[in-house]
Design a protein around this ligand. Structure first.
Ligand code: TRP
Ligand code: SF4
Length: 409
Protein backbone atom coordinates (compact mmCIF):
# COMPACT_ATOMS: atom_id res chain seq x y z
CA UNK A 1 0.00 0.00 0.00
CA UNK A 2 1.44 3.36 -0.93
CA UNK A 3 1.30 6.01 1.78
CA UNK A 4 -0.96 9.01 1.42
CA UNK A 5 0.39 11.87 -0.64
CA UNK A 6 2.41 14.26 1.44
CA UNK A 7 3.84 11.66 3.78
CA UNK A 8 7.61 11.73 3.30
CA UNK A 9 8.93 8.45 1.89
CA UNK A 10 10.66 6.34 4.49
CA UNK A 11 8.43 7.62 7.27
CA UNK A 12 6.37 4.84 8.85
CA UNK A 13 2.76 4.99 7.79
CA UNK A 14 0.40 5.73 10.63
CA UNK A 15 -2.85 3.91 11.00
CA UNK A 16 -5.57 5.49 13.09
CA UNK A 17 -8.98 4.32 14.15
CA UNK A 18 -11.49 5.01 16.86
CA UNK A 19 -14.40 3.26 18.50
CA UNK A 20 -17.34 4.70 20.38
CA UNK A 21 -17.74 3.46 23.94
CA UNK A 22 -21.47 2.83 23.74
CA UNK A 23 -21.76 -0.86 24.65
CA UNK A 24 -20.05 -4.13 25.42
CA UNK A 25 -18.07 -5.74 22.62
CA UNK A 26 -19.08 -9.07 21.14
CA UNK A 27 -17.81 -11.74 18.76
CA UNK A 28 -18.91 -9.64 15.78
CA UNK A 29 -16.54 -6.85 16.83
CA UNK A 30 -13.78 -9.39 17.29
CA UNK A 31 -14.12 -10.94 13.84
CA UNK A 32 -14.65 -7.56 12.19
CA UNK A 33 -12.71 -4.71 13.72
CA UNK A 34 -10.50 -6.07 16.49
CA UNK A 35 -8.68 -8.84 14.65
CA UNK A 36 -8.00 -6.29 11.94
CA UNK A 37 -6.55 -3.84 14.48
CA UNK A 38 -4.37 -6.57 15.93
CA UNK A 39 -2.98 -7.40 12.50
CA UNK A 40 -2.38 -3.76 11.56
CA UNK A 41 -0.49 -2.93 14.75
CA UNK A 42 2.33 -5.17 13.49
CA UNK A 43 2.43 -3.61 10.03
CA UNK A 44 2.12 0.10 10.81
CA UNK A 45 2.49 2.67 13.53
CA UNK A 46 -0.96 2.26 15.03
CA UNK A 47 -3.11 4.68 17.04
CA UNK A 48 -6.39 3.39 18.44
CA UNK A 49 -8.62 5.55 20.56
CA UNK A 50 -11.83 5.60 22.55
CA UNK A 51 -14.07 8.10 20.77
CA UNK A 52 -15.84 9.46 23.84
CA UNK A 53 -16.63 12.86 22.31
CA UNK A 54 -18.11 11.06 19.32
CA UNK A 55 -20.33 9.05 21.63
CA UNK A 56 -21.59 12.33 23.10
CA UNK A 57 -22.80 13.52 19.69
CA UNK A 58 -25.56 10.91 19.83
CA UNK A 59 -25.69 10.04 23.55
CA UNK A 60 -25.49 13.48 25.16
CA UNK A 61 -28.64 12.80 27.16
CA UNK A 62 -27.24 9.59 28.61
CA UNK A 63 -23.60 10.46 29.05
CA UNK A 64 -23.27 7.97 31.95
CA UNK A 65 -23.17 5.23 29.28
CA UNK A 66 -19.78 6.49 28.22
CA UNK A 67 -18.21 6.22 31.65
CA UNK A 68 -19.70 2.79 32.15
CA UNK A 69 -18.24 1.47 28.92
CA UNK A 70 -14.86 3.13 28.52
CA UNK A 71 -12.74 0.89 30.71
CA UNK A 72 -14.61 -2.25 29.78
CA UNK A 73 -13.98 -1.46 26.14
CA UNK A 74 -10.28 -0.90 26.66
CA UNK A 75 -10.10 -4.19 28.56
CA UNK A 76 -11.85 -5.92 25.66
CA UNK A 77 -9.34 -4.45 23.21
CA UNK A 78 -6.41 -5.63 25.31
CA UNK A 79 -7.96 -9.03 25.82
CA UNK A 80 -8.48 -9.41 22.08
CA UNK A 81 -4.78 -8.86 21.49
CA UNK A 82 -4.45 -5.14 20.88
CA UNK A 83 -1.00 -4.64 22.34
CA UNK A 84 0.13 -1.41 24.01
CA UNK A 85 3.71 -2.23 23.02
CA UNK A 86 2.70 -2.09 19.37
CA UNK A 87 -0.11 0.44 19.35
CA UNK A 88 -0.81 3.74 21.06
CA UNK A 89 -4.09 3.47 22.97
CA UNK A 90 -5.79 6.56 24.32
CA UNK A 91 -9.01 8.37 25.08
CA UNK A 92 -10.02 11.15 22.72
CA UNK A 93 -10.99 13.70 25.37
CA UNK A 94 -7.57 13.34 26.97
CA UNK A 95 -5.98 14.77 23.83
CA UNK A 96 -7.55 18.23 23.60
CA UNK A 97 -5.52 18.91 20.45
CA UNK A 98 -8.31 17.13 18.55
CA UNK A 99 -10.67 19.89 19.64
CA UNK A 100 -8.32 22.70 18.66
CA UNK A 101 -7.82 21.31 15.18
CA UNK A 102 -11.57 20.75 14.92
CA UNK A 103 -12.17 24.42 15.70
CA UNK A 104 -9.61 25.60 13.17
CA UNK A 105 -10.97 23.29 10.48
CA UNK A 106 -14.51 24.46 11.25
CA UNK A 107 -13.55 27.95 10.06
CA UNK A 108 -12.90 26.67 6.55
CA UNK A 109 -15.61 24.01 6.28
CA UNK A 110 -18.42 24.87 3.88
CA UNK A 111 -21.71 23.86 5.54
CA UNK A 112 -22.94 21.88 2.51
CA UNK A 113 -19.95 19.55 2.85
CA UNK A 114 -21.33 18.46 6.23
CA UNK A 115 -24.98 18.45 5.25
CA UNK A 116 -24.33 16.09 2.36
CA UNK A 117 -22.53 13.43 4.44
CA UNK A 118 -24.98 10.50 4.13
CA UNK A 119 -24.86 9.49 7.81
CA UNK A 120 -26.19 12.93 8.81
CA UNK A 121 -29.65 12.40 7.39
CA UNK A 122 -29.62 8.58 7.72
CA UNK A 123 -28.94 8.60 11.44
CA UNK A 124 -31.45 11.35 12.11
CA UNK A 125 -34.07 9.14 10.48
CA UNK A 126 -32.86 5.96 12.16
CA UNK A 127 -32.48 7.34 15.66
CA UNK A 128 -35.88 9.02 15.75
CA UNK A 129 -36.10 8.98 19.54
CA UNK A 130 -33.05 11.24 19.80
CA UNK A 131 -32.95 14.91 18.92
CA UNK A 132 -29.99 15.04 16.56
CA UNK A 133 -30.58 18.51 15.21
CA UNK A 134 -27.53 19.67 17.12
CA UNK A 135 -24.44 21.52 16.02
CA UNK A 136 -22.29 18.73 17.44
CA UNK A 137 -24.02 16.04 15.46
CA UNK A 138 -23.72 17.97 12.20
CA UNK A 139 -20.05 18.59 12.93
CA UNK A 140 -19.21 15.07 13.98
CA UNK A 141 -17.64 13.98 10.66
CA UNK A 142 -15.43 17.07 10.91
CA UNK A 143 -14.37 16.04 14.40
CA UNK A 144 -13.46 12.71 12.84
CA UNK A 145 -11.41 14.58 10.23
CA UNK A 146 -9.55 16.31 13.04
CA UNK A 147 -8.97 12.94 14.76
CA UNK A 148 -7.32 11.64 11.62
CA UNK A 149 -5.43 14.71 10.44
CA UNK A 150 -3.97 15.56 13.84
CA UNK A 151 -1.87 12.36 13.56
CA UNK A 152 -1.22 12.78 9.84
CA UNK A 153 -2.53 9.25 9.52
CA UNK A 154 -1.97 7.66 6.14
CA UNK A 155 -4.47 4.85 6.54
CA UNK A 156 -7.79 4.72 8.31
CA UNK A 157 -9.27 1.27 8.84
CA UNK A 158 -13.04 1.67 8.89
CA UNK A 159 -16.15 -0.09 7.72
CA UNK A 160 -18.19 0.84 4.70
CA UNK A 161 -20.40 3.19 6.76
CA UNK A 162 -17.43 5.44 7.56
CA UNK A 163 -15.95 5.81 4.09
CA UNK A 164 -17.75 9.12 3.45
CA UNK A 165 -16.15 10.54 6.60
CA UNK A 166 -12.65 9.72 5.38
CA UNK A 167 -13.59 11.22 2.03
CA UNK A 168 -14.56 14.45 3.82
CA UNK A 169 -11.23 14.29 5.65
CA UNK A 170 -9.39 14.16 2.34
CA UNK A 171 -11.29 17.16 1.08
CA UNK A 172 -10.60 19.07 4.28
CA UNK A 173 -6.87 18.30 4.04
CA UNK A 174 -6.81 19.48 0.46
CA UNK A 175 -8.68 22.65 1.33
CA UNK A 176 -6.43 23.39 4.29
CA UNK A 177 -3.26 22.88 2.26
CA UNK A 178 -4.72 25.00 -0.51
CA UNK A 179 -5.52 27.87 1.81
CA UNK A 180 -2.52 27.77 4.13
CA UNK A 181 0.19 25.74 2.46
CA UNK A 182 1.31 28.04 -0.28
CA UNK A 183 4.78 29.48 -0.18
CA UNK A 184 5.25 33.23 -0.57
CA UNK A 185 5.73 34.36 -4.15
CA UNK A 186 4.66 30.99 -5.49
CA UNK A 187 1.18 32.15 -6.28
CA UNK A 188 2.27 35.24 -8.24
CA UNK A 189 4.62 33.26 -10.40
CA UNK A 190 1.95 30.65 -11.11
CA UNK A 191 -0.60 33.32 -12.00
CA UNK A 192 1.88 34.95 -14.33
CA UNK A 193 2.38 31.60 -16.05
CA UNK A 194 -1.37 31.17 -16.52
CA UNK A 195 -1.56 34.39 -18.53
CA UNK A 196 1.01 32.91 -20.90
CA UNK A 197 -1.42 30.10 -21.75
CA UNK A 198 -3.63 32.60 -23.58
CA UNK A 199 -7.04 33.80 -22.59
CA UNK A 200 -9.14 30.76 -23.44
CA UNK A 201 -6.78 28.05 -22.27
CA UNK A 202 -5.94 30.08 -19.19
CA UNK A 203 -9.50 30.39 -18.02
CA UNK A 204 -10.17 26.71 -18.73
CA UNK A 205 -7.11 25.87 -16.62
CA UNK A 206 -8.46 28.02 -13.76
CA UNK A 207 -11.87 26.37 -13.88
CA UNK A 208 -10.45 22.85 -13.89
CA UNK A 209 -8.10 23.69 -11.06
CA UNK A 210 -10.91 25.05 -8.90
CA UNK A 211 -13.05 21.99 -9.64
CA UNK A 212 -10.26 19.77 -8.42
CA UNK A 213 -9.15 21.76 -5.42
CA UNK A 214 -12.55 22.66 -4.07
CA UNK A 215 -14.56 19.60 -4.99
CA UNK A 216 -11.92 16.94 -5.49
CA UNK A 217 -13.01 16.43 -9.10
CA UNK A 218 -10.42 13.90 -10.29
CA UNK A 219 -11.56 14.10 -13.91
CA UNK A 220 -10.94 17.84 -13.91
CA UNK A 221 -7.39 17.20 -12.67
CA UNK A 222 -6.75 14.68 -15.46
CA UNK A 223 -8.17 17.03 -18.09
CA UNK A 224 -6.06 19.92 -16.84
CA UNK A 225 -2.91 17.79 -16.88
CA UNK A 226 -3.61 16.70 -20.46
CA UNK A 227 -4.18 20.34 -21.34
CA UNK A 228 -0.80 21.34 -19.93
CA UNK A 229 0.93 18.43 -21.63
CA UNK A 230 -0.17 19.81 -25.00
CA UNK A 231 1.15 23.35 -24.48
CA UNK A 232 4.02 24.24 -26.79
CA UNK A 233 4.40 27.96 -26.17
CA UNK A 234 5.42 28.05 -22.53
CA UNK A 235 8.75 27.30 -20.89
CA UNK A 236 9.43 24.06 -19.08
CA UNK A 237 9.74 26.00 -15.84
CA UNK A 238 6.31 27.54 -16.26
CA UNK A 239 4.87 24.20 -17.22
CA UNK A 240 6.17 22.60 -14.05
CA UNK A 241 4.93 25.52 -12.00
CA UNK A 242 1.48 25.06 -13.48
CA UNK A 243 1.49 21.32 -12.80
CA UNK A 244 2.29 22.01 -9.15
CA UNK A 245 -0.18 24.87 -8.86
CA UNK A 246 -2.89 22.58 -10.18
CA UNK A 247 -2.72 20.50 -7.03
CA UNK A 248 -2.62 23.39 -4.64
CA UNK A 249 1.06 24.03 -4.94
CA UNK A 250 3.31 24.68 -2.02
CA UNK A 251 3.49 22.70 1.14
CA UNK A 252 1.38 19.80 2.26
CA UNK A 253 0.75 20.42 5.95
CA UNK A 254 -2.03 17.88 6.37
CA UNK A 255 -1.60 14.80 4.16
CA UNK A 256 -4.66 13.12 2.69
CA UNK A 257 -5.43 9.80 4.37
CA UNK A 258 -6.67 6.71 2.61
CA UNK A 259 -9.43 4.34 3.64
CA UNK A 260 -8.38 0.84 4.55
CA UNK A 261 -11.71 -0.86 4.21
CA UNK A 262 -12.42 -3.34 7.00
CA UNK A 263 -14.17 -6.28 5.40
CA UNK A 264 -17.71 -6.52 6.81
CA UNK A 265 -17.77 -9.00 9.65
CA UNK A 266 -19.03 -12.34 8.42
CA UNK A 267 -19.84 -13.29 11.96
CA UNK A 268 -23.39 -14.56 12.03
CA UNK A 269 -25.52 -14.02 15.10
CA UNK A 270 -27.54 -16.57 17.03
CA UNK A 271 -30.48 -16.16 14.69
CA UNK A 272 -28.67 -16.24 11.34
CA UNK A 273 -28.73 -12.46 10.90
CA UNK A 274 -25.52 -10.47 11.21
CA UNK A 275 -24.39 -10.37 14.85
CA UNK A 276 -25.42 -7.01 16.26
CA UNK A 277 -26.47 -5.49 19.57
CA UNK A 278 -29.64 -4.19 17.98
CA UNK A 279 -30.73 -7.70 16.95
CA UNK A 280 -30.07 -9.07 20.42
CA UNK A 281 -28.28 -12.08 18.92
CA UNK A 282 -24.79 -11.63 20.29
CA UNK A 283 -22.17 -13.55 22.19
CA UNK A 284 -20.18 -11.17 24.34
CA UNK A 285 -16.39 -11.27 24.17
CA UNK A 286 -16.28 -12.24 27.82
CA UNK A 287 -19.29 -14.58 27.82
CA UNK A 288 -18.88 -17.50 30.25
CA UNK A 289 -18.64 -20.99 28.67
CA UNK A 290 -21.89 -22.09 30.38
CA UNK A 291 -23.68 -19.14 28.93
CA UNK A 292 -22.23 -19.75 25.47
CA UNK A 293 -23.36 -23.35 25.71
CA UNK A 294 -26.86 -22.31 26.77
CA UNK A 295 -27.28 -19.59 24.15
CA UNK A 296 -26.06 -21.72 21.28
CA UNK A 297 -27.85 -24.88 22.33
CA UNK A 298 -31.16 -23.09 22.09
CA UNK A 299 -30.47 -21.64 18.66
CA UNK A 300 -33.19 -22.33 16.12
CA UNK A 301 -32.37 -24.87 13.37
CA UNK A 302 -33.98 -25.89 10.08
CA UNK A 303 -37.69 -26.05 11.01
CA UNK A 304 -38.05 -29.15 8.81
CA UNK A 305 -36.14 -31.16 11.40
CA UNK A 306 -38.97 -31.62 13.83
CA UNK A 307 -37.89 -35.09 14.83
CA UNK A 308 -34.40 -36.53 14.93
CA UNK A 309 -35.20 -38.73 11.90
CA UNK A 310 -36.36 -35.79 9.74
CA UNK A 311 -33.71 -34.73 7.20
CA UNK A 312 -32.76 -31.06 7.03
CA UNK A 313 -31.02 -28.52 4.87
CA UNK A 314 -28.06 -26.59 6.30
CA UNK A 315 -28.85 -23.66 3.99
CA UNK A 316 -32.02 -23.12 6.00
CA UNK A 317 -30.30 -23.29 9.37
CA UNK A 318 -28.56 -20.46 11.30
CA UNK A 319 -26.05 -22.96 12.67
CA UNK A 320 -24.56 -23.58 9.23
CA UNK A 321 -23.05 -20.07 8.80
CA UNK A 322 -21.24 -20.67 12.09
CA UNK A 323 -19.71 -23.84 10.66
CA UNK A 324 -18.53 -21.76 7.74
CA UNK A 325 -16.62 -19.55 10.15
CA UNK A 326 -15.32 -22.23 12.52
CA UNK A 327 -15.24 -25.66 10.90
CA UNK A 328 -12.71 -27.37 8.63
CA UNK A 329 -13.68 -28.95 5.32
CA UNK A 330 -14.12 -32.37 6.84
CA UNK A 331 -16.54 -31.16 9.48
CA UNK A 332 -18.47 -29.11 6.97
CA UNK A 333 -18.87 -32.17 4.74
CA UNK A 334 -20.02 -34.12 7.81
CA UNK A 335 -22.67 -31.46 8.49
CA UNK A 336 -23.88 -31.28 4.89
CA UNK A 337 -24.12 -35.01 4.54
CA UNK A 338 -25.35 -35.81 8.03
CA UNK A 339 -28.02 -33.11 8.09
CA UNK A 340 -29.48 -34.00 4.72
CA UNK A 341 -29.60 -37.71 5.56
CA UNK A 342 -30.63 -37.25 9.19
CA UNK A 343 -27.54 -39.21 10.14
CA UNK A 344 -26.60 -36.59 12.74
CA UNK A 345 -28.65 -34.79 15.33
CA UNK A 346 -28.81 -31.02 15.69
CA UNK A 347 -27.29 -31.12 19.16
CA UNK A 348 -24.13 -32.92 18.04
CA UNK A 349 -23.96 -30.66 15.00
CA UNK A 350 -24.17 -27.56 17.21
CA UNK A 351 -21.72 -28.89 19.74
CA UNK A 352 -18.87 -28.62 17.22
CA UNK A 353 -19.35 -24.89 16.83
CA UNK A 354 -20.10 -24.39 20.51
CA UNK A 355 -16.74 -25.99 21.34
CA UNK A 356 -15.02 -23.83 18.73
CA UNK A 357 -16.49 -20.60 20.09
CA UNK A 358 -15.66 -21.55 23.67
CA UNK A 359 -12.09 -22.39 22.65
CA UNK A 360 -11.72 -19.13 20.77
CA UNK A 361 -13.02 -16.99 23.61
CA UNK A 362 -11.25 -18.87 26.39
CA UNK A 363 -7.90 -17.03 26.19
CA UNK A 364 -9.69 -13.73 25.63
CA UNK A 365 -11.80 -14.18 28.73
CA UNK A 366 -8.76 -15.10 30.79
CA UNK A 367 -6.78 -12.10 29.65
CA UNK A 368 -9.78 -9.84 30.26
CA UNK A 369 -10.07 -11.17 33.81
CA UNK A 370 -6.40 -10.35 34.42
CA UNK A 371 -6.78 -6.79 33.19
CA UNK A 372 -10.08 -6.34 35.03
CA UNK A 373 -8.36 -7.33 38.27
CA UNK A 374 -5.68 -4.71 37.74
CA UNK A 375 -7.38 -1.38 36.96
CA UNK A 376 -4.16 0.52 37.65
CA UNK A 377 -2.42 -1.32 34.84
CA UNK A 378 -5.19 -0.42 32.39
CA UNK A 379 -5.21 3.20 33.51
CA UNK A 380 -1.44 3.39 33.11
CA UNK A 381 -1.64 2.03 29.58
CA UNK A 382 -4.15 4.72 28.70
CA UNK A 383 -2.17 7.43 30.49
CA UNK A 384 0.99 6.55 28.59
CA UNK A 385 -0.88 6.29 25.31
CA UNK A 386 -2.41 9.69 25.91
CA UNK A 387 0.97 11.23 26.61
CA UNK A 388 2.42 9.93 23.38
CA UNK A 389 -0.69 10.90 21.41
CA UNK A 390 -0.53 14.45 22.79
CA UNK A 391 3.13 14.79 21.75
CA UNK A 392 2.42 13.67 18.20
CA UNK A 393 -0.74 15.78 17.96
CA UNK A 394 1.05 18.85 19.28
CA UNK A 395 3.67 18.57 16.54
CA UNK A 396 1.00 18.71 13.87
CA UNK A 397 -0.82 21.50 15.63
CA UNK A 398 2.38 23.56 15.76
CA UNK A 399 2.67 23.38 11.99
CA UNK A 400 -1.02 24.12 11.61
CA UNK A 401 -0.91 27.21 13.84
CA UNK A 402 2.17 28.43 12.04
CA UNK A 403 0.64 27.94 8.60
CA UNK A 404 -2.44 29.93 9.57
CA UNK A 405 -0.33 32.57 11.27
CA UNK A 406 -1.43 31.95 14.83
CA UNK A 407 2.02 31.98 16.39
CA UNK A 408 2.63 35.11 18.31
CA UNK A 409 5.65 34.46 20.47
N1 TRP B 1 -17.00 7.56 13.75
C1 TRP B 1 -16.44 6.26 14.02
C2 TRP B 1 -17.60 5.29 14.33
O1 TRP B 1 -18.67 5.73 14.67
C3 TRP B 1 -15.48 6.30 15.15
C4 TRP B 1 -14.38 7.24 14.88
C5 TRP B 1 -14.23 8.48 15.41
C6 TRP B 1 -13.27 7.04 14.00
N2 TRP B 1 -13.11 9.07 14.93
C7 TRP B 1 -12.51 8.22 14.07
C8 TRP B 1 -12.89 5.99 13.18
C9 TRP B 1 -11.36 8.39 13.29
C10 TRP B 1 -11.74 6.16 12.41
C11 TRP B 1 -10.98 7.33 12.47
O2 TRP B 1 -17.39 4.10 14.21
FE1 SF4 C 1 -28.80 -27.13 11.39
FE2 SF4 C 1 -26.91 -28.90 11.91
FE3 SF4 C 1 -29.44 -29.38 12.62
FE4 SF4 C 1 -28.74 -29.39 10.08
S1 SF4 C 1 -28.02 -30.78 11.64
S2 SF4 C 1 -30.53 -28.40 10.93
S3 SF4 C 1 -27.18 -27.82 10.01
S4 SF4 C 1 -28.10 -27.80 13.40
Amino acid sequence: MTPASGIPPGQPVRVLSGMRPTGRLHLGHYHGVLRNWVRLQHEYEAFYFVADWHALTTHYEESHIIRENIWEMVIDWLAAGVDPHHATLFIQSQVPQHAELFTLLAMITPLPWLERVPSYKDQQTQLKDKDLSTYGFLGYPLLQSADILIYRAGLVPVGEDQVAHVELTREMARRFNYLYGREPGYEDRAKEAITKLGKKTGSLYRRLRTAYLERGDQEALDTARALLEKQRNITIGDKERLFGYLEGGGKIILPEPKVLLTPASKMPGLDGQKMSKSYNNTIALREEPDEIQRKMQTMPTDPARVRRADPGDPEKCPVWPLHQVYSDEETKAWVQQGCRSAAIGCLECKQKVIDAVIAELDPIRRRAAEYASDPTLVKNIIAEGGEHARDVAEETLDDVRQAIGLEYS
